[in-house]
Design a protein around this ligand. Structure first.
Ligand code: SF4
Ligand code: SF4
Length: 128
């Protein structure tokens, strides 16, 4: 995957968010229901992008754990919606034909037990 300065423009265009608006107060991370497992957490993720460390975020597991619940966007005093930024990052990764999961790696019991809608939704989110 080619990662350069144009990525910042792509992320801002796809998400509709301005990365420099974030002043690192941490309100988004404090309210995020998946932050306990997310690495990096929302505020750290934005900081990585502000510092130009794009590959560190795009190659992280954190962007895939965002549940798009919009709590971070609601809490942000600067109107920054990290959920949309994470979504933009996932889109960029998938557009580069990097698939997050493959069917072979999914537990067979999970395939049998999971609700079909959840399964299909997950594959829409995680695969190209
Ligand atoms: S709540 Fe907003 S300003 Fe605060 S760290 Fe999160 S994105 Fe940045
Ligand atoms: S939209 Fe994603 S990052 Fe934001 S609070 Fe929800 S799960 Fe966390």
């Amino acid at each position: 995957m080619i990662i350069d300065e144009t990525i910042k423009k792509d992320i801002e265009e796809l998400s509709g968010q301005k990365l420099s608006d974030c002043y690192q107060c941490g309100e988004c991370t404090a309210g995020c229901p998946t932050a306990f497992a997310m690495e990096p957490v929302p505020s750290q993720s934005i900081r990585l992008l502000q510092l130009g460390k794009y590959s560190e975020l795009l190659e992280s597991a954190g962007i895939w754990l965002c549940a798009a619940c919009n709590v971070c966007g609601e809490r942000c005093p600067r109107g920054v919606d990290y959920g949309k930024i994470a979504d933009a990052c996932r889109t960029i990764v998938l557009r580069n034909k990097v698939t997050h999961i493959t069917l072979e790696k999914v537990d067979k019991k999970f395939i049998l037990d999971a609700p079909q809608q959840a399964f299909i939704a997950a594959f829409r989110k995680f695969t190209t």
